[in-house]
Design a protein around this ligand. Structure first.
Ligand code: 2P0
Length: 342
C-alpha cells in the first residue's frame, strides 16, 4: 500500500494586479495586490513511491522530470528543487499535478499549479496528512504561502479563501498575505469567457521583467495605494458598481503598461476587443451590473453578483465559458493506493 498526499489549491483572479517586481530574485512585488479566490483547483498527488504518469498530468521527482509537456514543467521542477534545497529535504518524492480544467485552455494555472505542488511536497516530506499537522511541523499557512510565492508570486494569495490582500511590505522579508473577507462575505461569481485557447507568447515572468520599461509604470505605482483603499471599501461595503468601475480601470491600466513596455507585450487579441464591445452593448441594453477584468492573456473574466448568474449565462450562450464561484481555500488529505497505482 502506498500513502498518497493529496493537495488541492484554488486559483485566484487579481482585482488589483501584481505586475512588476521590485526584486525578482526575492520575489518581491512592486505593489500590493488584491484577489478573489476561485472555485477552480489544481490537485497534486505526492508519494514516496513512483506514481504512474497519466494523460494531461505532470509528474516530477525531486531531481528528474518524468513526464511533462509545457512551461509548467520547467517552473514546477525548478521550484521543487529550490524547496528541497531551501528546507534541506533530500528524500526523493514523486508528484503528479492535474488541473481541474485543462491548462491548455489558456487559463492561468500557475497560482494553483505551483500552490498545490508546494503543499503536496511539504506534506509528503513532513508526512503530514492535514493542514493542522503541517502547522505543527512548523509549516503554518503563512509560511507555506511564502514558500509557494517563490514558485509563482500570485500563488501566495491562493492559500486563503474569499478576498485576499498581498502586502509588499517595507522590505522583501516583511511582505505578507492577509485575508480581507471570507468567501461567505459576498456571493460574487467569475465567468471566464474563453476567446482564445492559444498559449501566450510572453510568459508572465517575462512580462513582470518588462513592466518597468513602460513610461506608465511609475505613475501607475503612485496611483495604486489610493486604488487599493477604494477596492477594500467596495468589497467591505459590497458595492458592485464601485467594484466594477475599479476592476475595469485597473485591468485596462495593467494592459496599457503591458502594451507600452519595450518591447511591448500585447496579451489582448482582436477577439478580446470584440467581446468587450459586445459587453458594453449588452450592459446598456439590459442594464446589468456585470464587469470585466483581465489576466495576462486574452480571455475575459466577468465579475458579478450571483443573483445575475442566469441572465449572464443566457447572454453568453454562444461563447465557451467557465463559470466559477468563490473558494474557501486549499485542502490537504491522504489516500492509499495499491503498489503505487491510484
Ligand atoms: C496577478 N498576474 O496579480 C497578475 C495579473 C497576471 C496578471 O501574477 O513571475 O505567474 O511567477 O511571480 O504569479 C501572473 O504572474 O508570476 C500574475 P511570477 P505569476 O495575478
Amino acid at each position: 500500500m502506498t500513502l498518497i498526499y493529496k493537495a488541492r489549491v484554488p486559483t485566484n483572479i487579481a482585482f488589483l494586479k501584481y505586475w512588476g517586481k521590485s526584486d525578482a530574485t526575492q520575489q518581491w512585488p512592486a505593489n500590493d495586490s488584491l484577489s478573489m479566490t476561485l472555485d477552480l483547483y489544481s490537485e497534486t498527488l505526492a508519494s514516496r513511491e513512483p506514481l504512474p504518469a497519466q494523460a494531461g498530468a505532470y509528474a516530477f521527482s525531486s531531481d528528474q522530470a518524468l513526464t511533462a509537456s509545457e512551461a509548467f514543467l520547467h517552473k514546477g521542477l525548478r521550484h521543487l528543487q529550490w524547496l528541497a534545497a531551501q528546507l534541506d529535504f533530500s528524500e526523493r518524492i514523486y508528484l503528479h499535478t492535474r488541473n481541474e480544467f485543462p491548462a491548455s485552455c489558456g487559463i492561468a494555472s500557475s497560482a494553483r499549479g505551483l500552490g498545490s505542488l508546494t503543499l503536496a511536497a511539504l506534506a509528503c516530506w513532513t508526512q503530514s496528512s492535514s493542514l493542522s499537522q503541517l502547522a505543527s511541523c512548523g509549516f503554518t499557512r503563512e509560511r507555506i504561502a511564502q514558500l509557494a510565492r517563490a514558485g509563482s508570486g500570485s500563488a501566495c494569495r491562493s492559500f486563503w479563501g474569499g478576498f485576499v490582500h498581498w502586502q509588499r511590505g517595507e522590505t522583501a522579508q516583511t511582505q505578507s498575505v492577509l485575508p480581507l473577507a471570507s468567501q461567505d462575505h459576498w456571493d460574487l461569481r467569475d465567468t471566464i469567457v474563453i476567446v482564445s485557447t492559444q498559449e501566450k507568447l510572453i510568459s508572465s515572468s517575462q512580462g513582470h521583467r518588462l513592466a518597468p520599461t513602460s513610461v506608465q509604470f511609475v505613475p501607475r505605482l503612485a496611483r495604486l495605494p489610493a486604488r487599493l483603499a477604494e477596492f477594500q471599501t467596495a468589497i467591505l461595503q459590497k458595492n458592485i458598481r464601485q467594484l466594477g468601475q475599479l476592476l475595469e480601470e485597473e485591468a485596462l491600466e495593467m494592459h496599457a503598461v503591458m502594451a507600452s513596455s519595450q518591447p511591448p507585450c500585447v496579451y489582448m487579441s482582436e477577439a478580446t476587443q470584440t467581446f468587450l464591445q459586445f459587453l458594453q452593448e449588452i450592459r446598456v441594453q439590459k442594464a446589468l451590473p456585470i464587469y470585466f477584468t483581465l489576466d495576462a492573456g486574452p480571455n475575459v473574466h466577468l465579475i458579478y453578483e450571483a443573483r445575475h448568474q442566469e441572465a449572464v449565462a443566457s447572454l453568453l450562450k454562444t461563447y465557451q465559458t467557465i463559470d466559477v464561484g468563490i473558494s474557501s481555500g486549499p485542502s490537504l488529505g491522504t489516500e492509499t493506493a495499491q503498489d503505487g497505482h491510484h
